[in-house]
Design a protein around this ligand. Structure first.
Ligand SMILES: Cc1cc2nc3c(=O)[nH]c(=O)nc-3n(C[C@H](O)[C@H](O)[C@H](O)COP(=O)(O)OP(=O)(O)OC[C@H]3O[C@@H](n4cnc5c(N)ncnc54)[C@H](O)[C@@H]3O)c2cc1C
Length: 277
């Protein structure tokens, strides 16, 4: 199938993007790396009248390295973040998840922000972004606001972004001392979307556990314990509360079992890393 016809805007400044969004509102859609949007256009799931291609913007600041976080612009590619010298040390969770996103060719084009905006509950970056409590900077012609990761994702492929807003950048907290981070996922083959994915962050007496791919939403939970026996029981309770069901890929039972098994291993890995960090 081919996309429905649309007009293309290729602004060279963020101001022009904001003007375009203000003028066309619901009829406009941002094009970043195109790795999700082009498929949506081809399947006619998305039918914008105007596509605002942000790839020609000249006044963009790709990345800002702050003391406690990294601010990544809307044009920063997933592969740039993966290949950045300090990503492994400063953003260990993000660094571990990035190679699982499609293949290198998709990450060379796909942006970090685009993946968050697409809001697929099976995607790796939204999962890790929620785990780390990242923030997004949204801007319209008349206002600016900051949104926490957990308030941004409101459903499968749905976010709290208004149609006249662009995400200019996102803030990813850097790793903290004496804290362990781990990411794991299972998929049919490397590069496929995850059947289930997990992020765990372990610090003194605290575990944050985030699960994606097994339901329509990414689910995060915090536990105040370091006791692995207790965590095993907590996961068991958590699994029963998960709003999951059988789909074309896996059964409901498999999904609950994989959360118990691989989810627990993810937490264990984060705890081991905490002890050596
Ligand atoms: C073969 C293949 C395999 C893939 N495998 C995976 C995978 O395993 N895991 C995974 O997570 N992803 C996967 N992807 C998707 C990939 O990660 C995309 O790069 C990502 O989902 C979207 O990033 P993008 O920059 O290409 O955004 P686009 O496709 O350009 O845009 C995606 C959405 O975000 C909106 N948007 C983008 N930027 C902004 C902005 N600054 N402000 C407001 N809205 C914006 C767009 O309007 C659109 O709705 C795969 C893609 C392909 C083609």
């Amino acid at each position: 199938m081919k996309p429905a016809s649309f007009d293309l805007l290729q602004p060279e400044s963020w101001q022009e993007v904001l003007n375009g969004l203000n003028d066309y509102g619901d009829d406009a859609q941002i094009l970043a790396g195109g790795q999700s949007l082009i498929a949506m256009l081809n399947m006619r799931i998305a039918k914008p009248k105007i596509l605002i291609d942000i790839n020609s913007i000249k006044d963009d600041v790709p990345i800002i390295d702050n003391k406690s976080n990294i601010e990544v612009s809307a044009l920063y590619r997933q592969l740039q973040l993966e290949n950045r010298a300090h990503t492994k040390d400063e953003l260990p969770l993000i660094s571990e998840c990035l190679p699982y996103i499609g293949h290198q060719q998709h990450r060379a084009r796909g942006t970090v922000v685009g993946s968050l905006c697409h809001a697929d509950p099976s995607s790796e970056l939204p999962l890790c972004f929620i785990a780390l409590k990242g923030q997004l900077k949204l801007q319209s012609l008349f206002s600016k606001r900051m949104v926490n990761a957990e308030d941004f994702f409101v459903g499968p492929l749905l976010t709290s972004r208004n149609n006249n807003e662009v995400i200019k950048s996102v803030i990813i907290p850097k790793a903290k001392e004496k804290t362990g981070y781990a990411f794991k996922e299972i998929s049919e083959k490397h590069g496929d979307f995850a059947l289930a994915s997990f992020a765990a962050i372990a610090s003194h007496n605290h575990v944050r556990f985030v699960v994606g791919g097994v339901s329509d939403e990414i689910t995060a939970i915090d536990w105040l314990t370091e006791d692995l026996n207790e965590i095993e029981d907590l996961i068991n309770d958590f699994v029963w509360d998960l709003n999951t069901s059988t789909d074309q890929y896996t059964s409901e039972r498999y999904k609950r079992d994989i959360v118990r098994d691989l989810g627990f291993k993810t937490i264990k890995t984060a705890m081991n890393r905490k002890n050596t960090s």
